[in-house]
Write a protein that binds this ligand. Structure first.
Ligand SMILES: C[S@@+](CC[C@H](N)C(=O)[O-])C[C@H]1O[C@@H](n2cnc3c(N)ncnc32)[C@H](O)[C@@H]1O
Length: 229
């Protein structure tokens, strides 16, 4: 049994070495999760819900691998990262090698719809559907088809500016909130049960011409879901 306890700060530092996509595409919403947010999600999954250590994990829309690599660092049995963009998965492979988790990770260039199999845990920071409507729902549907426990990030149902201020003032990095009625129904209809919803801070640096700020701070909701079928 491979049980590793990694301090959150060390995990955050390690994840900051994961390099982003060298040629990000707006239509795929290729925003890399911050090391802090990734570490919060992974810590919650590993030590509150026991869904990482010794588990088979898949990261859908893995980008350059931050969530997948983090799960490998925390002691996942095997982690598969899937992304539609080959440039992202090549960079993820390079990042995994750099962080010494090449053995426990595999990278697949594919559309999320093509993924088959069954995994203990699904991690996903999907496109929120800003560029392509309903993009996150395709991911959620797939996650509920192939995974037992799911950690899925979505557009926050909270009023952004107010909540960003609240999060910045709070010591808590994950704030329990209510699910959006739409997602709650969608999850139920697809055989899932919500175990918890948490708001966390996200940041995106200026990347594309249509961005208006050097750094955009916003909140996203993490849905922790169990397959109930
Ligand atoms: C918001 S980014 C998140 C990247 C990474 N998981 C992270 O958190 O840093 C969403 C990712 O989903 C990928 N993606 C978008 N549509 C996809 C699809 N249909 N199948 C697989 N991956 C897809 C994008 O290429 C992008 O890397």
């Amino acid at each position: 049994m491979q049980r590793r306890l990694v301090r959150k700060l060390d995990l955050t530092r390690a994840l900051s070495k994961v390099e982003p996509n060298p040629s990000p595409k707006a239509h795929l919403e290729q925003y890399t999760i911050t090391p802090k947010a990734a570490a919060e999600i992974l810590y919650l999954a590993a030590y509150t819900y026991d869904d990482i250590v010794d588990r088979n994990v898949v990261d859908l829309g893995c980008g350059t691998g931050r969530l997948a690599i983090g799960s490998a660092l925390l002691g996942a049995n095997e982690t598969v990262g899937v992304d539609i963009d080959g440039i992202a998965t090549r960079r993820a492979f390079f990042n995994a090698e750099r962080l010494g988790v090449n053995n426990g990770t595999q990278w697949l260039t594919a559309d999320v719809n093509a993924v088959r199999g069954f995994f203990d845990t699904v991690l996903q920071n999907p496109p929120f559907g800003v560029q392509k409507r309903k993009a996150d729902r395709i991911f959620l549907k797939k996650a509920l088809e192939i995974g037992n426990h799911i950690y899925s990030l979505h557009h926050s149902s909270q009023e952004n500016r107010k909540f960003v201020r609240k999060m910045e003032m709070s010591e808590q990095r994950l704030l329990p909130v209510s699910p959006s009625p739409f997602l709650k129904n969608f999850i139920l209809e697809h055989g899932g049960e919500i175990r918890g919803v948490y708001t966390l801070m996200m940041e995106t640096p200026y990347m594309f011409k249509f961005h208006k700020r050097r750094l955009y701070k916003y909140t996203a909701d993490l849905y922790v879901i169990e397959q109930s079928a």
